[in-house]
Ligand binder design. Structure first.
Ligand code: ATP
Length: 249
């Protein structure tokens, strides 16, 4: 890969249109994720958030528009090659292998790696998530929701991502657990991982983000520095009302 030009965002999405048959789920979405930033995309059910991440990952093929990673277009690059280049998705439903152990699920996260070193990465994941270390021989399907989310993130880290795509990590979790998960995400950014975070939990995700985008029916309705969006009155009425401070990270 060519050296990244100074000032080039690690991820740039330009005019992306993605359809499911006649349903247009993304109607011309553009956004930028600078290196070592956390960028949140917030929006209600059906706004197109998962479609956006799946389009960046190459799981869905956009009808028009382009995705650039470190300045290079990704058109035609299959998902596994995107993983090898440093893009990893933690999917909304976590997609763990329920009848396999924690350790086996983690090991699967390293499958695209050409070089070795996965054992030391495994130790790194256990050091970051002591609850997973304690449960390494437990079946993934028997973990709590928060532990399963930790495992899904830990598995993604086994691929040594430079860009982590997180699809609603707070889904179905209690506010205190959400706070723990978002702290972990913040910690990853401090270690140099760039994060595109999709969330319905607007207040909590903006609190840890550098920039934010609000997606509505497949289009960007608002964008800006996360702290400004968190104070935006129009946004507050639709997305931030009623969440309360308890969920703020
Ligand atoms: P949620 O928070 O509920 O996951 P989302 O913001 O991630 O919502 P998407 O899942 O991207 O939204 O869906 C965007 C639009 O595309 C919705 O109108 C949805 O009904 C439609 N859609 C999503 N997946 C499919 C599919 N496989 N076939 C047809 N339409 C789909």
């Amino acid at each position: 890969m060519t050296a990244q030009l100074a000032g080039t965002p690690l991820l740039e999405v330009r005019g992306l249109h993605t359809r499911y048959g006649r349903v247009e789920a993304l109607g011309g979405v553009s956004l930028e994720v600078p290196a070592e930033h956390i960028v949140s995309v917030i929006g209600a059910n059906g706004a197109g958030k998962t479609t956006l991440l799946n389009s960046v990952m190459g799981i869905l093929t956009p009808a028009a528009g382009e995705v650039f990673y470190a300045g290079e277009p990704l058109r035609g690059v299959p998902p596994e090659a995107r993983v090898a280049r440093g893009i990893t998705l933690v999917p909304e439903r976590r997609e763990l292998f329920a009848s396999m152990t924690v350790a086996d699920n983690l090991q699967l996260g390293a499958y695209t790696r050409r070089r070795g070193g996965w054992r030391s990465d495994l130790d790194g994941v256990y050091a970051r998530f002591p609850r997973l270390a304690e449960r390494r021989r437990q079946l993934a399907g028997t973990l709590s929701g928060g532990e399963q989310q930790m495992l899904a993130i830990g598995r993604a880290l086994m691929a040594r991502p430079r860009l982590l795509l997180l699809d609603e990590p707070s889904l179905g979790l209690a506010p205190l657990i959400v706070r723990d998960i978002l702290r972990i995400v913040q910690g990853l950014r401090e270690e140099g991982v760039t994060v595109l975070l999709v969330e319905q939990n607007a207040r909590a995700s903006l609190a840890i983000s550098d920039e934010g985008y609000v997606l509505e029916t497949g289009r960007v309705r608002l964008s800006g520095p996360a702290h400004e969006l968190a104070r935006d009155e129009a946004l507050g009425a639709s997305y931030l009302g009623g969440e309360g401070r308890a969920q703020g990270a």
